[in-house]
Design a protein around this ligand. Sequence first.
Ligand code: PSU
Ligand code: MN
Length: 338
Amino acid sequence: LATSTTLGRLRQVNRRRFLTSSVLSLERTNAAPVDIHPEVEDALAHNKPVVALESTIITHGMPYPTSMDMARSVENIVRSTGSIPATIGIIGGRVKIGLEPHELERLARRTVKPVKISRRDIGAAIVSKRDGGTTCSSTLIFAALAGIKVFATGGLGGVHRGGENSMDVSADLHELTRCPVGLVSAGVKSILDIGRTLEYLETLGVPVVSYAETKDFPAFYTRQSGHQAPWNVTDPAQAARILYTHWQLGLTNGALFAVPIPEKYEAAGASIQKAVELAIRESEESGISKCGKEVTPWLLNRVGELTKGRSLESNVALIQNTALVGGQIAVEFAKLAE
Ligand code: PSU
Ligand code: MN
């Protein structure tokens, strides 16, 4: 029976969870609408390194076919490190932890109009049998559910400019307090208020670690934001040890590792930033800045138009870079958790 298979899989995976309590109890996961890809399930059962990947970036963050090429290349980069990629998304009302190539294609082509899914959307999207791209917030939830310890993406959500008035603060930030997962990103996108995002993460008690020679926190398209992270590491083993130690002590939150974009994109970054500022002004003038979940996709798309695709190129490059680092951290973590 499908039901008992799902339960069996989740049991098997949960038994392997390391030093942390389940996000969902086993009783409640009975008949849960979750499918774990056999390759991912096998990796988790044998303590092989796995890296979670999100899908809002595919469904809402980039145009097709760049989105599809990016998704494939990022999975391949994770594999090149010795880790198994698990791209997470929702297909026809079922949570998929690890997508088949045709499912990835279906999301990227937006064949059945995927919704952008954060924590609040999960139940409703499943009940209405929708397709969904999972944001950092819901990807963290499903990674934690499966026992995946590392998640790589481009940009974590954050506090929007003017967020002190609009209260537009991404649900991604709070999710890092609930899910024991190491999130590897190029920081938060420069469409956001980076300083306030760091303040907010400090309040929430989320460890923030620059993956660089200095504590400089990156600015997504460029390597330095002018803000400092409280910590920095320079290699994957150090990063893995931070995660291991944190969870060994029973702390149940996640951590953010911020990896600067590769140096060769630094020059393009300066001019992209000008387009970012213009796009933000436009969003305020047109009122789109008040449209909740539409704001981030609108800004990403507008910056892409204004830079004639150069922002997209940088965006792909920085995700490929975080996937590489994420894969390496997962490999080191698996060694510690043996
Ligand atoms: N940053 C990007 N590309 C993206 C996103 C962020 O450069 O596609 C997506 C991520 O999935 C992130 C989400 O979790 O946007 C945050 O959306 P919001 O700001 O509405 O919380
Ligand atoms: Mn928002």
